[in-house]
Design a protein. Sequence first.
Length: 256
Amino acid sequence: MLEEALEVAIEAAKFAGKSSLEVFDTLELFSVQKKQDIIREKEITLEREIRRRLAERFPDHHIVGEEEGTVGDEQSACTWYIDPIDGTGNFSRGIPQYGVSVALADHDRIVMGVIYQPVREQLFTATIEDVARMNGNPIRVSQRHWLSESDIYYTDNIGTHAPELLAKIVQSLRAKTLALHSVSCTSYDLSLVALGKADGLLKWAEHPWGFAAAGLIVEKAGGKLTDEKGAEWTVKTERLVVSNGLLHDELMPYLR
């Protein structure tokens, strides 16, 4: 089933990504309100098309999307998580760091993930049976051993849930890293970890569609994902620690 799931996910993600480009370059011509309306309409249209393609091939599966919630059999062992435009803020300003995210879970464990970044035409894929790839070529996380030589990302929403943790990250972690960056698009920033161009990420995971596909891609590129206590990650993980594996023990305390 995984081979067929990967095939349909790639087709759907590429369709959605290329369709998003139809409005990407023109959004700055409109008022903020008009721009928001255009993006909202595009996201709903793309999500519905992805859902249609998935349901056509896998009618017994459950599907969860950012825009329109859940459809299908909620008792199914298989659940799809889709985000038609991850990085909406970037997308709205004509910034190319955004993408389409499609993932498949067996119960709560992600078994297949696809990210398509249409501006750069970069396709990231992974299954539990294969390594992570970009445009068909295997990718690998970095081999940096020390925080002092590492680029680390974090999500600002940590401050909404636990202001003291955000303060610890900004004030303490910043001084120990080569560079500390605020996440603008989770799937994009996690793809940087998978590519070895970033070394870790700290995230308060509010919704699984934002990290499901990218999480598996990082893992199959040799990276490590856990909660703040070191437990294996699932779609239900709330405090998500991502690293190249070598920095993991040093990063976990920043989300405790």
